[in-house]
Design a protein around this ligand. Structure first.
Ligand SMILES: NC(=O)c1ccc[n+]([C@@H]2O[C@H](COP(=O)([O-])OP(=O)(O)OC[C@H]3O[C@@H](n4cnc5c(N)ncnc54)[C@H](OP(=O)(O)O)[C@@H]3O)[C@@H](O)[C@H]2O)c1
Length: 295
């Protein structure tokens, strides 16, 4: 039995499908009692991983836990989230769990100022540290830029018109398909093949923002134009859309850092899965409706 936190999320959802396809029993944890549409046989547990005692009984009979730092809550205090991860894994060990696979990030060891997602409560470092110290067999999946960020960043603009406004057109990432990340997680949970390691997972190819937008345009059959805006204008746009200013400034700073650099490509997905990672064009084809106006 595998217990998946954040089971309705971007990575958790395809992970549940993959585990079931491979014959595993799955307990899917969500704070949302309306979580539905999971494969037959999956046990849904309503509980909040940021309050681990609410899901203690769901750990009985579990062998492996998938830990998503975002599902551990958005406290402004990293120690609170680290303590929740430690408590959850302590309970897991008491109940007979032997393995934990934690989501983490490529930049987990960078200066905290270069990890803007910490400002919205994603404490990958603390959660990874809790996994390492848990006494369980652990793996930490240190991922780079998710392909899904393209939808978060640009889908509203692309649905509204053919112009995408962003600073740093040449800033580059190697977009990682969320299903590849889920498949690496399934491999780690079911085989223990990544025990004691923190592989850095990236997509198969570095692309500039301009190249990603061109690929989305080809996919949806509309030529899209990239319009470079100043970092200040981008910051204003993000804050107007409701993002806290410190968080927006952090994301703009990250883009500045990747300006004219190639996004890191590690090849770890191919090494672990024995096949190349999915390309951004494949991701875009699967997600084309996100960028199209539904009529
Ligand atoms: N985006 C990137 O490029 C990138 C790159 C590297 C690493 N990461 C890391 O990946 C993790 C996020 O993974 P993901 O994209 O798979 O997460 P996600 O799907 O957005 O969320 C995972 C789960 O977290 C819970 N959740 C979401 N928003 C929440 C909130 N505001 N408060 C409390 N719980 C919330 C939900 O679970 P419930 O159903 O229980 O509510 C959700 O299913 C973070 O640690 C992030 O730093 C992201």
């Amino acid at each position: 039995m595998i217990l998946v936190t954040g089971a309705g999320g971007l990575v958790g959802r395809p992970l549940v499908d993959l585990l079931v396809e491979r014959g595993a029993k799955v307990r899917a944890v969500s704070r949302d009692p309306r979580l539905t549409g999971l494969p037959a046989g999956v046990e849904v547990v309503t509980g909040d991983p940021s309050r681990p005692d609410t899901i203690a009984d769901a750990l009985d009979g579990v062998t492996g836990v998938f830990l998503n730092p975002r599902a551990l809550g958005q406290s402004p205090d990293p120690e609170v989230v680290g303590a929740a991860a430690t408590r959850l894994l302590g309970l897991a060990r008491e109940r007979g769990v032997t393995r934990v696979v934690a989501m983490s990030a490529l930049n987990v060891d960078h200066d905290v100022a270069d990890q803007p997602s910490r400002l919205r409560g994603e404490y990958n470092k603390e959660v990874e540290a809790a996994a390492v110290a848990s006494g369980l067999e652990w793996a930490a999946l240190r991922s780079g830029y998710y392909a899904a960020n393209a939808a978060t960043s640009w889908a509203p603009q692309i649905r509204a018109g053919d112009v995408v406004r962003s600073p740093y057109p040449e800033s580059s990432w190697a977009p990682l398909h969320e299903r590849d990340l889920a498949e690496v997680a399934a491999h780690a949970l079911l085989t223990g093949g990544l025990a004691g390691s923190g592989p850095v997972l990236t997509g198969p190819r570095s692309l500039t923002q301009q190249e990603m937008i061109a690929i989305i345009g080809e996919t949806i059959g509309r030529p899209l134009h990239f319009e470079e805006v100043t970092p200040e204008a981008a910051l204003q746009g993000m804050t107007r859309a409701g993002m806290p200013e410190t968080l927006a400034a952090g994301f703009v700073r990250l883009q500045a850092r990747s300006y004219l650099q190639h996004g890191l490509v590690t090849g770890e997905v191919e090494r672990i899965l024995g096949r190349p990672g999915h390309t951004f064009a494949e991701w875009a084809a699967e997600h084309a409706p996100d960028f199209q106006v539904q009529g």
